[in-house]
Design a protein around this ligand. Structure first.
Ligand code: UD1
Ligand code: CA
Length: 453
């Protein structure tokens, strides 16, 4: 089958410089959702019709399996499909999708394809409470589809029809060329309507069939930010329900946002207002506290992520404790039983089993061994103003509070670093390291007092 996705429209009502089909839903362009769904149907040709913002659209969704047809002027949906014809395989049917209708399920499209077979013309229709604005499905007394009439061309009786055209159709391809070529634009909008192909098909003796989606939201399009926000909520509700069905505990299914893929093991629980981005995997018994942002992360079994933790990429082993207010950046690799506490940032650094950095630290470009205690206020000084360098810390090191490790530097196993030490030279195994400084106490000191005015 060929699939043609219409995406040339400007989307004036979005009031944005970004082409409409590139506005994100769940963190990805609307059009990318449609392309994903199309791919699940394994089309032989996948053609996107672009026009407004063509170059940006091409750049955003370009892929080896996607071809583009440019529609310079938006003369209507029929004209748009016409632009794709030279790229289609005439021997298989053509399914037409819309770049701004992101939530159609593949199973619904399959139902339409099955109804149409190879020879019939199929229209995905849905019966709605408020059909205003949509094309109406006009049927004869026997219930057979006669034609589709657009809102602006409909008479009063037709306007009362509540079965509407979703816009999604499937057609035999060989005949489509002639049908599209014969379209006229003598209608209220002066456009070449794809909907008029229904009458051409009937004239040619081709049967017109319809299929319906499971849910109305599958056919909703985005024309404004209001509709975009509504579809975002519908999508997030669907994702949350799927998580619940899979056994995940959500404190509130209305307060989770998944912008990518979230895979959960058994007995995972997620508190309110968490955002998951990219690819996130949570193993069995992970619990996520409220207000966490977690992107591109793999979190091991039994790990607890406390409130306000921000993960921008990283891996945590089993039974790790993160947060509250911890921050992991790309390349953070925490072994089992590591603790990373409040206001601790870990970037491009490994921490070995059982190591703890519980308060106010920066661990960057480092290899930290096992069972290391990182005292409060420890900083790896990884940047010399021009280049980044590594800090290597052996197993069982005790780092006193307020230590600076000036990289490149190596600290051997079992080292003890006194509080307030600046370590800029390598330290051998088992040594105590400190900077000599003197504590002075004086009895002759008088605190200044505020002058009276
Ligand atoms: C269309 C249908 C209408 C249906 C409705 C469903 C026609 C004539 N009407 O109306 O029956 O109920 O969709 O939402 O088909 N596009 C192009 N090039 C063009 C014109 C449109 O690529 O020249 C694209 C748009 O970017 C959009 C889609 O086609 O993604 C639909 O176009 P739009 O103008 O929104 O059609 P409607 O008037 O809503
Ligand atoms: Ca529309």
């Amino acid at each position: 089958m060929n699939i043609v996705i219409l995406a040339a429209g400007m989307g004036k009502r979005m009031r944005s410089a970004l082409p409409k089909v590139l506005h994100p839903l769940a963190g990805r362009p609307l059009l990318a959702h449609v392309i994903d769904t199309a791919r699940t149907l394994s089309p032989t040709r996948l053609v996107v019709v672009i026009g407004h913002g063509a170059e940006k659209v091409r750049e955003a969704v370009g892929a080896p399996d996607v071809q583009f047809a440019v529609q310079d002027q938006q003369l209507g949906t029929g004209h748009a499909v016409q632009q794709a014809l030279p790229l289609l395989d005439p021997s298989v049917p053509t399914l037409v999708l819309y770049g701004d209708v992101p939530l159609t399920r593949a199973s619904t499209l399959q139902r339409l394809l099955d109804a149409a077979g190879g020879e019939r013309y199929g229209v995905l229709t849905v019966t709605v409470d408020n059909p205003v604005g949509y094309g109406r499905i006009v049927r004869d007394a026997s219930g057979a589809v006669q034609r589709i009439v657009e809102q602006k061309d409909a008479n009063d009786e037709e306007k009362r029809i509540t079965e509407i055209n979703t816009g999604i159709v499937v057609s035999p391809t060989r005949t489509l060329e002639a049908w599209l070529g014969s379209l006229k634009n003598d209608n209220a909008q002066g456009e070449f309507y794809l909907t008029d192909v229904v009458e051409r098909a009937i004239e040619a003796g081709v049967e017109v069939v319809t299929a319906q989606p499971d849910a109305e939201w599958e056919t909703l399009g985005v024309n404004s930010k209001v509709q975009l926000a509504e579809l975002e909520r519908i999508h997030q509700r669907n994702v949350a329900h799927a998580l619940l069905e899979a056994g995940v505990t959500l404190a509130d299914p209305a307060r989770i946002d998944v912008r990518g893929t979230l895979e959960c093991g058994a007995d995972v629980s997620i508190d309110v207002n968490c955002v998951f981005e990219g690819r996130v995997t949570l193993a069995d018994n992970v619990s996520i506290g409220p207000n966490c942002v977690i992107r591109d992360a793999v979190i091991g079994a039994g790990t607890r992520v406390d409130a306000y933790t921000h993960i921008e990429g990283g891996t945590a082993g089993a039974n790790v404790v993160l947060g509250p207010y911890a921050r992991l950046r790309p390349g953070a690799v925490l072994a089992d039983e590591v603790h990373v506490g409040n206001f601790v940032e870990v970037k491009n650094a490994a921490m070995g089993r059982g190591s703890k950095a519980n308060h106010l630290s920066y661990i960057g470009d480092s290899d930290v061994g096992a069972r290391v205690n990182v005292g409060a206020g420890t900083i790896t000084c990884n940047y010399d103003g021009a280049n980044k360098h590594r800090t290597v810390i052996g197993d069982d090191v005790f780092i006193g509070s307020d230590t600076q490790l000036v990289a490149p530097v190596r600290v051997g196993r079992g080292v003890t670093i006194a509080a307030g030490t600046t370590v800029w030279k390598d330290v051998g195994d088992g040594e105590l390291v400190l900077n000599e400084k003197r504590q002075v106490s004086r009895t002759d000191y008088v605190r200044p007092v505020k002058k009276k005015r």
